[in-house]
Design a protein. Structure first.
Length: 276
């Protein structure tokens, strides 16, 4: 069997950590401010703060965080309940940290909502498809149909760019996704290896647009929030069963998370493609 090696991606690398503090302030606390030549992360564990970041001011409640860029003046004061804070200062020279400099009001709210890595992913690839947070079943199925059409056209790279990828289950590449299709859920084989191992390797996703099985396949799509293994930003799990292969419903199943990007936006996150 051929095993597809995975190369970890490290877009953000922290080179040095200067301080790690947990502060328990009083309700009257007020810090007049400072600036320094390294990054600082501020996370509110309890209470509420008013934070100054350069020329901006904002309020942070429990569970929210903000980054202060090198050279940015920052100050804070308590609002009501005595706040408890986590403060970490560090050096990170990765170019991608530029995403967190000079954020707009909208982008800053995404960061403060605690969805840091989802925010990064959203900014990293503008092709990412999203839905309003209140989107229903039909809108989600609409995205799955678009994804299916890209697979039917063998545009595997475009299909992967539509959604996030759950890296806990593997770093999906266009080649690996293609092999999961022609290998009937067994990813990582070449066509020759799959044909030798399983007897054939000619499976191909087919369009749902004019398929007589379209309604049957739609009904087989399960969207449920009753799974204990979802992440903190996941609001549902999708089992897209009966993925159409060679013109017929199959037992190939694609699994996705419905994942929150911010309070207003969700996307899908590919987990895997396998045979049930």
């Amino acid at each position: 069997m051929y095993y597809q090696p995975l190369t970890p991606r490290r877009p953000l690398q922290v080179r040095e950590i200067y301080t790690v503090h947990y502060f328990e302030y009083t309700s009257a606390c007020s810090f007049p401010g400072e600036s320094h030549d390294f990054w600082e992360l501020l996370y509110v564990d309890r209470g509420e703060l008013q934070v100054t970041a350069g020329e901006r001011t904002c309020r942070l409640g429990r569970g929210r965080l903000i980054f202060h860029a090198p050279g940015e003046f920052h100050a804070l004061s308590a609002v009501g309940v005595a706040p408890d804070l986590v403060v970490v200062s560090f050096r990170c020279d990765s170019p991608d940290m530029a995403h967190f400099r000079g954020l707009t009001a909208e982008a800053r709210e995404i960061i403060l909502d605690g969805c840091l890595m989802n925010y990064y992913a959203k900014r990293a690839d503008p092709r990412l498809r999203t839905l309003p947070a209140g989107a229903g079943r039909e809108e989600i199925i609409g995205l799955l149909e678009e994804w299916t059409e890209l697979l039917a056209e063998e545009r595997y790279g475009d299909a992967l760019s539509m959604f996030l990828i759950d890296t806990a289950t593997g770093d999906w590449t266009p080649e690996l996704l293609e092999s999961a299709v022609y290998g009937y859920g067994c990813a990582g084989y070449t066509r020759e290896e799959a044909a030798r191992e399983f007897g054939r390797a000619d499976y191909k996703v087919t369009s749902l647009k004019n398929s007589p099985a379209r309604e049957e396949i739609h009904k087989a799509i399960d969207i449920s929030s009753d799974y204990g293994w979802m992440g903190r930003d996941d609001i549902a799990v999708i089992h897209y069963g009966k993925v159409p292969l060679n013109g017929e419903p199959s037992d190939l199943t694609a699994r996705f998370f419905v994942r929150k990007l911010d309070d207003q936006t969700v996307t899908l996150t590919l987990i895997d493609l396998h045979v049930m």
